[in-house]
Design a binder for this molecule. Structure first.
Ligand SMILES: [Zn+2]
Length: 347
């Protein structure tokens, strides 16, 4: 009897130790759905918290602050403002007003908007250390192996987007690249100076704009996951179709906040898992291309009676092996396929 009890106790102790070890290795990166804008919250089970940008002001109040509070986070170790555009810094105002922040990193960009001025005054009035982020700066966050600033160098260029702070993070052998709104010029600069760009997961520069993510840059990063932070139906036409194709061709799986909502990447003992708040189309709403009726096919946006009939004709002749086979149908090009693919599956 004594022996059984003893062994049981030992087992319980072992379980507790294992659970603790598992917990210690966990880092979570939340790409928050703030519409058109960026907001990335990084937090470790060791209690380290880093916030990179916070969307526009209303999104900061409606999305970022409630998200942080829901997680039970009471204070933030560091905030990085990548560059002073409103879709990145506006939300920092409600964040700083409501949650204690230990330090703020900036590129010291001079940019005279009322919003930026308000934010700087707020940082000053709260007496938060305001630090320069430049190549070589390391941002220490508990539970994260390394966060290093790759860009920009001083003096800054005259292009605000290209002065965005670029960060590279390492967690348990998994690497992340956060790129703000850099465009081709800054991408080229990073390549020329042989910055360590290779990363498993990239926050795609500038909301997937056609002015960023040029071939050489995507090849240098070679990501397996590309996250695009973009507002649904935004007026800029982000993300650019060619940019999507470029990442896909490089072998990356694409996640977009306009389709997936908030995207959560977890690294636990070097293993990555990704969860999204919503899928573009619920799994139960998708149609099987090999059995959907003429009427059902027409419930998909962009498919009228003519295309629906062609899909059925194709099916009767060849059958569908994959959703990509839709490209063989007259009237369905790469762009249409991208828009409708998530509505289908093949069985
Ligand atoms: Zn932006």
């Amino acid at each position: 009897m004594y022996r059984i009890k003893h062994n049981l106790l030992l087992l319980i102790c072992l379980l507790l130790v294992t659970a603790q070890v598992g917990l210690a290795a966990q880092v979570q990166v939340d790409f928050l759905d703030v519409g058109q804008g960026d907001a990335v919250l990084i937090h470790s089970s060791d209690g380290g918290v880093l916030l990179i940008d916070a969307g526009i002001q209303s999104a900061g109040a409606a999305v970022v602050v409630p998200h942080i509070k829901r997680l039970g986070i009471e204070d933030i170790d560091a905030v990085v403002m990548t560059h002073p555009h409103s879709d990145h810094i506006g939300g920092l105002i409600p964040v700083l007003e409501q949650i204690p922040v230990a330090r703020v990193y900036s590129n010291y960009q001079v940019h005279t908007t009322q919003l930026y001025e308000r934010l700087l005054l707020l940082i000053e009035s709260l007496d938060i250390p305001f630090l320069l982020a430049e190549p070589g700066t390391e941002i220490p966050i508990a539970g994260i192996d390394r966060i290093e600033v790759l860009h920009p160098s001083q003096p800054l260029s005259d292009q605000i987007n290209n002065n965005s702070i670029v960060l590279r993070m390492e967690v348990d052998g998994v690497s992340f690249l956060f790129t703000g709104d850099i465009e081709k010029e800054a991408e080229q600069l990073l390549i020329n100076k042989r910055a360590e760009l290779a990363a498993d997961i990239i926050k795609v520069p500038h909301h997937g704009s056609s002015t960023s993510s040029h071939h050489e840059f995507v090849a240098a990063v070679q990501p397996s996951t590309a996250v695009i932070m973009v507002g649904e139906g935004n007026r800029y036409g982000h993300p650019d179709l060619e940019v999507l194709v470029r990442y896909q061709a490089a072998g990356a799986e694409i996640y977009r906040t306009d389709h997936h909502g908030t995207i959560t990447v977890r690294v636990e003992d070097g293993v990555v898992s990704i969860e999204t708040a919503k899928s573009r189309v619920g799994a139960d709403q998708r149609l099987n291309l090999n059995s959907a009726t003429l009427e059902e096919l027409q419930t998909v946006p962009g498919i009228g009676p003519v295309l629906a009939a062609r899909i059925i004709t194709y099916r009767e002749e060849f059958g569908f092996d994959s959703v990509e086979d839709l490209i063989n149908i007259t009237g369905i090009g790469a762009k249409t396929l991208e828009q409708i693919r998530d509505y289908f599956y093949v069985y």
